[in-house]
Design a protein around this ligand. Structure first.
Ligand code: AMP
Length: 281
């Protein structure tokens, strides 16, 4: 595996590689969820290029940024073993060139200011900024993103169609622990009791999706799921059903839906999503 630390090293390394390349952006602290994205990228033709970069601008809490897992050597070894051809692990200077990103340029009304954007103002603009910069620097033909961060995936699809040439975005399903908890670098902050409770988030979303499929009104299902989470000890930010491609409020004719939630448990903010289809009647 080739390791590049600077944009110049990356550019030089890419001139010696095939033009087809699939990008897997990560912030490190790698787990089986990330490795499933690599596996997905390996199914594409050309090389697999991973990035490891913790983007400070997408953290709302400096302490969260400071405590984010940084275990580069272990991560590089995981990437090498997973079959990554090239890893780009730059510092802030290499990514931003000494200038903070102009986040206002990445505002997409109705996308960066709803759901995660409402509860973490600026977060999605910063995600869009770093993904755009990494797209520019790595010039991939395709990129893999996890459905775990579902709104990020929808946002990135929007960015990718505007790239020239457009970048094909591949969605990878959520990888879960045996009890259903979505794998996340933040799960290790859960104390043993919270870790046990945490699976309640996925169970609640699954139950809400089932009840909507059985005919329960969407608003009522959202409300019930929110209340269930509170009873289970979570502090939910939101539980929302949306149309799966656009993330718009679902119309009665929409059949491809997602239920998205963000909730805190003992101070750890967990995200989850369940995608489900309704049968045309
Ligand atoms: P992160 O390192 O948290 O920025 O995540 C990097 C990529 O891995 C993103 O596309 C995430 O959606 C994806 N990812 C993180 N956790 C999971 C998971 N449990 N299952 C699938 N993809 C994941």
């Amino acid at each position: 595996m080739i390791l590049c630390r600077t944009a110049a090293q990356l550019e030089a390394a890419l001139t010696r590689q095939p033009e087809e390349r699939t990008l897997v952006p990560t912030m490190g602290g790698l787990h089986a969820g990330h490795l499933s994205l690599i596996e997905c990228a390996r199914q594409c033709s050309g090389i697999v290029l991973a990035t490891v970069f913790v983007n400070r601008h997408q953290f709302d809490d400096p302490e969260d940024f400071a405590n984010y897992p940084r275990e580069e050597e272990e991560d590089f070894e995981r990437l090498r073993q997973a079959g990554v051809d090239l890893t780009y692990a730059p510092d802030e200077q290499e990514v931003w060139g000494g200038e903070p990103p102009r986040l206002e340029a990445f505002e997409i009304p109705g996308m960066t200011d709803v759901l995660e954007g409402q509860y973490r103002p600026g977060h999605l603009r910063a995600v869009a900024a770093v993904v755009s910069r990494l797209f520019d620097q790595t010039a991939p033909t395709a990129a893999v993103f996890g459905e775990k961060d579902y709104q990020q995936l929808v946002l990135v699809r929007r960015l990718a169609v505007e790239c020239r040439p457009p970048i094909r975005i591949i969605a990878a399903p959520v990888v879960r622990e045996p009890d259903g908890l979505a794998m996340s670098s933040r799960n290790r902050r859960l104390d043993p009791q919270s870790r046990e409770q945490a699976a309640g988030l996925h169970r609640t979303l699954e139950a809400a999706a089932e009840s909507i499929k059985d005919g329960l009104d969407v608003e009522q299902a959202q409300r019930q799921a929110f209340e269930t989470l509170v009873e289970l000890g979570f502090e939910p930010d939101y539980v929302e059903v949306r149309e799966a491609d656009s993330l718009c409020q679902p119309a009665p004719t929409d059949r491809d839906l997602v239920i998205l939630a963000a909730a805190r448990l003992s101070g750890v903010r967990l995200l989850d999503v369940v995608r489900f289809g309704l049968i045309l009647s």
